[in-house]
Write a protein that binds this ligand. Sequence first.
Ligand code: FA5
Ligand code: MG
Length: 388
Amino acid sequence: MYLMLTAVSLAYRTGNNVTPYIANLVGRDLHKTADHPIGIIKQKIEDYFATIDGVKFEIADAMDPLVSAQQCFDDLLIPEDHPGRLPSDTYYVSRPGGREASSSEDLLLRTHTSAHQSTLMRKGYEAFLCTGDVYRRDEIDASHFPAFHQMEGVRLFDPALVGEGEMSREEWLASDGCKLVADDLKRTLEGLCDALFGPVEKRWIDEYFPFTEPSFELEIYYNGDWMEVLGCGVIHSGVLSNCDLSHRHGWAFGLGLERLAMVLFEIPDIRLFWTGDERFTSQFKAGQLTKFKPYSKYPPCFKDISFWLPEEGFEPNDFFELGRGVAGELIERIDLVDSFTHPKKGLTSHCYRITYRSMDRSLTDEEINSLQEELRKQAASTLSVELR
Ligand code: FA5
Ligand code: MG
């Protein structure tokens, strides 16, 4: 069992912002469930990588989701003041220096599987696929959920192929070896998409990650819109040299498994992955890529909540989190529908529209009203907002 389960239950450690709702999701191991869409797609991807000649990708799918800030951020050259490190974005289990003071020893729920890159490279892995559940405080809609799954892929190349001896960062970036690695990366990931989806419209976007250089994102055209499915790039020389691998080069990618599974199985809402409803779970079998047959969709119910923000320190993610804490998966989305600043008072008001909808059943008015009432109460008492 993961160290995690005991650690998150120590709820009152300094700086802990892991809610019971989130702690409950840890350890569900959907990626290791053979008949679950996340387990099925993971297996398909591993099968594809097993067909690549001349390289064996090690499988690492049981790494503890509880990691240190050293692993999740420092090893990846993510600077101390990066917004992704703030407690408004990340679930911390402990922050010895207090809420705002970032340190390498902080313990947190990994925000991406890249947290294991350096650990595995230091162990001597030359090529691997590392899958796990990751956690982020984020917006709430059909393609974002605070817990989701990523697969990290890393491949180091034979120095004889991409350039021997140590090069400066600039020399490496300008070299044929760097171009070869980037081309191989793109070709490999396009091949993966073709293997999974057959012909599908895709496009590359230039991106920035502190730990890869150059960096890219791949988008797939889905349901009338472009959806980002992965980030990737040529591993930054600084990351490698921190692992005593200054003489080596390679690529890395991080895939969002829910995003790919939504396209592959035609699953319309990311919350469905977490349901225990038999009408969902019984539709999927290991190895099969059958399309999801939606069972009747229940009607949504909309409720608005308006409040004056405190003069400082309001984070929309804190409000979204309260929503998840109060109503769990019964909230389909939360949208900011109005924002204005009072000309004299200088105070800002936000109005959020909450869409309540269960994936599994009809909700009663009483149930929704009491959830909404509880949400109002908690917003007023914990976020220093003034309800309107
Ligand atoms: C990363 O997490 C990088 N670690 C990826 C990477 C790895 C880059 C290795 C370079 C080298 P990003 O934050 O963009 O990048 O997330 C990667 C993928 O996770 C996204 O493309 C998307 O498919 C998925 N994803 C991100 N946020 C969510 C969310 N809230 N819900 C579901 N899927 C998400
Ligand atoms: Mg991204």
